[in-house]
Design a binder for this molecule. Structure first.
Ligand code: FAD
Length: 479
């Protein structure tokens, strides 16, 4: 049977050059498998346009032939959103120019394929901060960050990616370019179109460039590692620090005892930050753009008060930048070391901050009752109410037998989240892995509005079909 995708590949290679139309299996391999290796896709080719106009050309041709287009940035997504199931992969990697840094406006205009770390560095070179920060920042790309509304470790102070975007340039499903590249702090001229595309995971349009918000570069910064008796004590600590330190509290990350144990076990050279063991740990960071402000004594006083009140059991404040980095690397190596403990079942969830300790305790108990020996690793962005509620397989259990229980644990964890009026996807998105969960838990009216928007912006369903929403002609999700 003739395949419309192969029919247009020659047209695309005539415009973009053969080197930017990858058809051989070895060249495509890295684009077909996602980070966690839960999904393997298939595509006719990987197309690598080098400009917004070329992106528009590709989408127009694909729309004309009815060929699905799956946009891809750094392919670090964790929900199978960038994995193709037919059609073409549209890699944004060659759109990697920083178009402008404007310190006066406190804005930076970047093309979608810029690696997040390069955006951070460009801001830093202008003595500014672009605060989005994730463990994948060396390989994820800003277009992917926008498409997933990425979170990370600085949301507490600066918000999600959505809060960091002022303007967007987007290629629509019919190949038209929407130039919404505005650097305005205020603009009430009708519907907020940019926010439709942010977090839409490539299903409504292809982000080709963005105007991003910059902030003053922190000039004083100090981190502390704190041991508490329980998640509830950690919550009390968070509430007290937030009141006392306000915006200077820029991160509050949570790790349970098990998480620190496996980090220390698997990371050569990692140093135990506190002498004893504790049920719950918090990695705290305070920062300020004022170089003359010594934050250390402020943090010391706040932690001393918490110690005296019995909220904190022990605390260590970094005495140098190297110690700061060492504390952060304990937190950042968690995803990696979990892999070394065998299979894991992961949930990226959010609840109101006031419920985050209750959630951890309730969900931990429920999972341990459901499968004795399961090792709960509930860590993450505690100050945002966002917990990566991950389960490591019981010691000695077959990995496949454990992973076969993913659905069962989804029900346990997501039911608890839902009962707390939370979200089954806090920052990683829906992609394929949570598509059916979304259909189960999302308000039916909201789902209906989402389908209406999808049909209005992409009536042919060619943009990342089958992701986020199940439409009639979509593929079933397959793990
Ligand atoms: P991809 O994986 O390439 O794509 C992700 C989705 O966006 C796909 O649906 C794709 O089709 C779509 N897409 C990509 N580019 C575009 C575009 N230009 N226009 C339209 N759609 C597009 N995420 C967090 O939020 N917080 C974290 O703390 C965090 N930590 C992580 C740590 C590790 C070690 C890893 C591996 C991942 C982590 N992630 C985290 C997940 C991931 O890095 C983010 O989702 C990131 O934003 C994805 O960017 P990407 O360029 O890799 O996108």
């Amino acid at each position: 049977m003739p395949d419309p995708a192969s029919d247009i590949l020659n047209i695309l290679s005539a415009r973009l050059g053969e080197a930017n139309v990858i058809r051989d299996p070895a060249g495509m391999e890295g684009y077909l498998v996602e980070e966690r290796r839960l999904y393997r896709g298939a595509a006719q080719a990987v197309i690598r346009p080098g400009s917004t106009e070329e992106v528009a050309f590709v989408v127009r041709e694909c729309a004309g032939a009815g060929v699905p287009v799956v946009p891809q940035g750094g392919n670090t997504g964790l929900v199978g959103g960038g994995v193709p199931h037919g059609g073409i992969v549209l890699s944004l990697a060659r759109l990697d120019r920083i178009r402008e840094v404007n310190p006066f406006n406190a804005t930076l205009t970047a093309e979608a394929g810029c690696i997040l770390r390069d955006v951070q560095e460009a801001a830093k070179a202008a003595d500014c901060l672009f605060p989005l920060s994730l463990a994948s920042e060396g390989s994820c790309r800003i277009g992917g960050n926008i498409a997933t509304n990425a979170g990370g470790v600085n949301v507490l102070r600066y918000g999600n990616t959505r809060d960091l975007v002022l303007g967007l340039e987007v290629v629509l499903a019919d190949g038209r370019i929407w130039n919404g590249l505005k650097a305005l702090r205020k603009d009430n001229t009708g519907y907020d179109l940019k926010n439709l595309f942010i977090g839409s995971e490539g299903t409504l349009g292809i982000v080709s460039a963005a105007v991003l918000k910059l902030f003053p570069q922190p000039k004083s910064q100090v981190a502390a590692f704190v041991g508490c008796a329980s998640p509830h004590a950690a919550l009390q600590l968070f509430e007290g620090l937030r009141r006392r330190l306000g915006d200077q509290l820029t991160a509050f990350e949570f790790m349970p005892r098990f998480a620190l144990q496996i980090v220390l076990k698997h990371t050569p050279g990692a140093v135990r930050p506190l002498n004893g063991e504790h049920e719950a740990y918090a990695l705290i960071e305070v920062s300020s753009p004022d170089p003359e402000l010594d934050l250390r004594p402020r943090l010391e006083r706040a932690l001393e008060a918490a110690l005296e009140a019995g909220i904190v059991e022990d605390a260590a404040i970094a005495a140098s930048e190297a110690q700061n980095d060492a504390l952060w690397s304990l937190r950042e190596s968690l995803s990696h070391v979990q892999r070394l403990e065998g299979g894991s079942i992961k949930h990226d969830v959010a609840v109101p901050v006031s419920d985050v300790a209750d959630f951890i305790v309730t969900a931990t108990r429920a999972c341990e009752e459901a499968l004795p020996g399961v090792r709960v690793c509930a860590f993450g962005h505690f100050g945002d109410g966002n917990i990566h509620f991950n389960l490591s397989q019981p010691v000695g259990m077959e990995k496949a037998a454990f992973l076969a229980q993913w659905e069962r644990f989804n029900r346990i964890v997501h039911d608890i989240v839902h009962a707390m009026n939370g979200s089954i996807s806090a920052e990683h998105g829906v992609g394929l892995i949570k598509r059916d969960e979304l259909a189960r838990y999302k308000d039916p009216v909201a789902l209906d509005l989402m389908r209406t928007l999808k049909m209005a912006l992409d009536p042919q369903n060619i943009l990342n079909p089958g992701k986020v929403l199940a439409l009639e002609a979509d593929l079933p999700p397959s793990l």
